[in-house]
Design a protein around this ligand. Sequence first.
Ligand code: TPP
Ligand code: MG
Length: 1049
Amino acid sequence: MFHLRTCAAKLRPLTASQTVKTFSQNRPAAARTFQQIRCYSAPVAAEPFLSGTSSNYVEEMYCAWLENPKSVHKSWDIFFRNTNAGAPPGTAYQSPLPLSRGSLAAVAHAQSLVEAQPNVDKLVEDHLAVQSLIRAYQIRGHHVAQLDPLGILDADLDSSVPADIISSTDKLDLAVFKERLRMLTVGGFYGLDESDLDKVFHLPTTTFIGGQESALPLREIIRRLEMAYCQHIGVEFMFINDLEQCQWIRQKFETPGIMQFTNEEKRTLLARLVRSTRFEEFLQRKWSSEKRFGLEGCEVLIPALKTIIDKSSENGVDYVIMGMPHRLCSPYSPIRSRGRLNVLANVIRKELEQIFCQFDSKLEAADEGSGDVKYHLGMYHRRINRVTDRNITLSLVANPSHLEAADPVVMGKTKAEQFYCGDTEGKKVMSILLHGDAAFAGQGIVYETFHLSDLPSYTTHGTVHVVVNNQIGFTTDPRMARSSPYPTDVARVVNAPIFHVNSDDPEAVMYVCKVAAEWRSTFHKDVVVDLVCYRRNGHNEMDEPMFTQPLMYKQIRKQKPVLQKYAELLVSQGVVNQPEYEEEISKYDKICEEAFARSKDEKILHIKHWLDSPWPGFFTLDGQPRSMSCPSTGLTEDILTHIGNVASSVPVENFTIHGGLSRILKTRGEMVKNRTVDWALAEYMAFGSLLKEGIHIRLSGQDVERGTFSHRHHVLHDQNVDKRTCIPMNHLWPNQAPYTVCNSSLSEYGVLGFELGFAMASPNALVLWEAQFGDFHNTAQCIIDQFICPGQAKWVRQNGIVLLLPHGMEGMGPEHSSARPERFLQMCNDDPDVLPDLKEANFDINQLYDCNWVVVNCSTPGNFFHVLRRQILLPFRKPLIIFTPKSLLRHPEARSSFDEMLPGTHFQRVIPEDGPAAQNPENVKRLLFCTGKVYYDLTRERKARDMVGQVAITRIEQLSPFPFDLLLKEVQKYPNAELAWCQEEHKNQGYYDYVKPRLRTTISRAKPVWYAGRDPAAAPATGNKKTHLTELQRLLDTAFDLDVFKNFS
Ligand SMILES: Cc1ncc(C[n+]2csc(CCOP(=O)(O)OP(=O)(O)O)c2C)c(N)n1
Ligand SMILES: [Mg+2]
């Protein structure tokens, strides 16, 4: 009521013909612009029959009248004309006149009913009731749609029928219908009764069931709603809070006859089903002894994917990146990954012989790495899309067994591919993610990935999600596996429409896939297709599904395969005849047999053929690095100075920065004048120079723009203009590469996965993920364990992602202290007990080439600068783990001179002692090795104790691969020194376990390597500041007590 009153207050006269014009011009966004064009000319709100609930209805009528005065009942027409003419409240309404002859018989019939009504109240109420009924179907129709091909479970896990709609299972049987109507009436929902069924009701603009008609009898309204919402498609969309999007969906599903297929389309669909089904059967015939684990029960997935790809290609997409769930890529055996093979064969169209030869267990692997089971491997294939005749590239991202872990990786790769081809709206590159029902509901990474979908620096402008909802997860019933009604409910957080579809109705599946692809290309937002299907076999052949799902599997045994069902339908419709169908089958069987014969000629397995992201030009043709050396990572003074100057300025006009930041920039400027850098400036120098060299840089993570420790400030904010920002890094050079720095959502798993995927797309980018504090990386452990650490070994693909992990024991308590170096070091692949050949040319580069990742802890900004630059100047890519400092960011000694960064300088894997101890090495009693920040505590303590000549301190900056060569030299330089490793971390949580055996191997176990550090502990650090300081003092005492180890020797 309030709403209408507000509107009524702004009335101004307008004739219907005037408004028709205005309205039709605004028609596409009619619903949105409604507020602006509504302009009654009388105090309508004072009409006696208007109430809060009826006002919506009157608005609908008014809109329709504006568009076409004849489209509404005559009584409304008169009413609106009168109100526009200024009729006072209560006088605008006049009893309707009889309709002229020649209009629809049904309308005439309805008219006579309307005219017979004593007053307009009943008319309004009935129309409102019908409007509510329509809305109920739109909101809850999916709850009664027939989605389960087995007809056992309700896909929404709820067997109750919403009380306010007529269940589709009633099939409008008159007796049942009457009873339902009686219940609805008694329930007081709508106040309609049987006599209303043949009355004609005007349809609101929020439905499309009328097609060309603007009014329909109630019986027909219900029938059409049933057809749209309660058959084999359940549309969940009414939670979307954008009217235009809702209208779009309603139009796609409500318009009568919209789901029509030509005979040609039906034949194509049948042919695709033949391929999908017969491919599975072919594999089963050929490798029958292998365990089964396939697509049976969801064969429709193949035509579904093809439809999404065809439609997207038609709309301009030329690159589709896919990620798959486990059912399609079993970790255990190739044959059990038939779903994936089916996709490779029939969607991506990988040559069949290439696929079949993978089953030959006698073939030798030709590439480096331990490899993975073949069907976790990725794929990249370019081909012509036969339907659209356009080129299309399809890439399937390799994935681990960990369900859903590949989701953010696929998104990141998609974002990168869009970025590199300038596809800022996602018109050319898109992703399709496949999911299992249990995993989609259960794995939190799904939610985390959804939350990236609309963020400016992470959006891929819409992903099409396809859920293979076989209503089971291994042996677990969905009723035990999730609390949400549907497995897809997680998608509602981003307002993604969800199309549930019974997968035994292939045409319904194709239709929703088509709509999903169109949705994505229209709105560039995520959409979900929930293929409600079944799993014909057990989780694998060893599993007896009847143990745990007896009723379901009794039904499944009786279930006719979808191909057979659909073929029978098309034969009955005369679309194909039986011989044609059989011919299609034998044609495809023959293709498989011939490819199988050819596959016998393959001699060697090339995992490289299964790369998901080839890097053209980066390697030689046979996949080797172009050199095995790394140029100097130093820069000229000019470049350093230029970057330093930009980093300490605001490179745009009229931009007011915060006073505190001005001081920070001023300090930076002074450092530049003094030819020194701190951590932030060193990072600036590394990034700025790589940008000059055409290397794109992307730094992502929580609060990275400013930096958790407020040291970075890569994005300046105008203090006077909201959202006005400046990124000086993008103002460095005329033709520089772009710099992306982006605060991420508060997700480690999702964002690290995303950046890994981004880094996958190109070797010519420095992609960094920074943890807020290093310990938070463990919520992304799956990405580290399954992708970053073993990625190259499993999937032959390299990745140069950089992890920046703030680390250091600074009395801040157990959290925020440790980036858990022990975990990263434990996963390094270098052998602690084998001394490599130190005389080998380019020993350091070879070592880097062989390792699975590089782990560093730099003690100076200069070295940090070099390691970042080296990451790109190396002729290959390895993940780089950097433990970054916190207090050292502002430590006055943690500065580097430009001299350490000039041409000819390099990253120092080891920083040897260079003080008095190094001048007289034979006097040195102890050689202390350490890494990172503790170095500054040690030097301070040594000075305080006046032991600079007796104790040498050597910093190991690159922990892995271990610098055996340089450390051997260090040990040899101090022949009289005992060796000790000093760390500030607890003994079981730091570097000791990694360094000690390698140091011992370096010196052929000639001397012990003593330990000076904290005791083992369960927590990474104490929460008590005093204890922290006591522990620190104790470890320093140990480090400088030259007698402390005597009793142990
Ligand atoms: C993160 C993770 N946890 C557990 C598993 C073990 N696992 C493999 S398949 C499976 C059931 C998956 O069910 P669903 O997602 O419905 O896929 P379906 O097998 O039904 O296709 C489980 C629990 C896994 N692979 N990954
Ligand atoms: Mg499942």
